[in-house]
Design a protein around this ligand. Sequence first.
Ligand code: SF4
Length: 497
Amino acid sequence: MRPKYLPYLSKSKFIEGMKCLKLLWYEYHRKDEIPKFDILRRSVMDMGTKVGELARTLFPDGVKLERMRVPADHAAQSREALSLRKPLFEAGFIYKRVYALADILVPAGADEWDLVEVKSSTGVKEYHKWDLAFQKYTYEGAGLNIRKCYIMHINNRYVKNGDIVPRDLFSKKEVTEEVDELIPDVVKKISGMVRIVDSNNMPDVKIGQYCRTPYPCVLEGICWDFLPEKDHVFLLHGRKKIAFDLMEQGILKMEDIPEGCKLTGIQDIQVKSHKNQEPHVDKAGVRKFIDKLKYPLHFLDFETIAPAVPVYDLTRPFENVPFQYSLYIVEKDGARPRHHSYLAPERNDPRPEILKQLERFLGDSGSILAYNASFEIQTLHAAIIANSQYGGWFRKIKERFVDLHEPFRQFSYYHPRQKGSGSIKDVLPAMTGSGYEGMEIAEGGIASYEYYRVTFGDSVDEDERRRVRLALEKYCDLDTKGMIGILYALMKDCYCK
Ligand code: SF4
């Protein structure tokens, strides 16, 4: 059915259309079928909102325009506000079939305006310029004189020390020339997109690399649904070109990949393992890994937050700051694991307490196992910069870290139930039969979002806070307990069979 009125193409839809015309078509014709925002995307949006609010404080005489449901009403209100000659937040204008809202429109000279787009990234990305080109085209079409275009982004060299200083937190880069160069292409793209918006026929777009880069498309669950549930060719490790080539030949399952197909060594391991439905175990490789471990074994995991706007003194934007750890210690072969953990209770900087406890519990000897150990090492390293008294200790324990991900990254071990993934979330259930299903928090990004929400949010009641903290304890505990399960399963496979 054709829509009853001709809708406008907004900036966000234009950016979606740049990614994929099918996605754009869904926005206008099957909106109800687009999955709702998940918690991780909501966290990115919340962060964007916070960054936007802070950026506005740099324009103290600015006027925020109320969002109106009908674009024409909002545009009329914005046009009226132009005469104030003050910075305007979220002023919106219409030109032909496009509608754009600027983050900040700043008066320049007698009758010109500068466009400022605020981004919660640490630099200028290519799509930011397209974003601005779309706006400049719209505003100029609507009769405004746009003088310059800027991207205001987070300065990743900023270090919090007391209250946030917005003028130091943000960097501003002029991109007027680059934006002007894009405008002719923007005009062409807009006319192509408007045709898609107005058509009742869904564009025939095949899946491609663009579905997952630079960020995963919300429609993956729909467009990729034709693939077999498990063992499909897109589970092949490494670059996906081979999978697309196989798909073109009508080969969707690993078991249908013919002998002689040009695969990498790792892909060959995968295909054989999936065809036999048997794990691949390079016993020599796994033993080499196990033999370097020294008791007592320490299984360590951090959960961290990395807000764009730092919340603790002596941290930078997006710095990973640990708020929780879980540590299991196995003193000797066959000993019962001993557990220590910490979950920061309040808004205070958690690093001094975590470092104090870890210095005590990690002792002077034995391996420290972490899954993707470089993350734990980097997190500790960043924490030490602000707590330099632990520098000597850190240099010593750094040498004791062993990455439990190593045998899986190198495919010394691969189980077809891992479905091509070396993540602990897939390795643990594949090797031990139990995993993260049914857990309220089952992913590091969600742990981070939830901790931030219940610790720094203003409208969270005590019951909710307690419930989330309990879920966090369970999640971090399983990440470390899971490492023990994985190591024991590796030992069993390599020494007992
Ligand atoms: S999943 Fe891929 S093909 Fe489908 S709408 Fe998204 S980008 Fe387009």
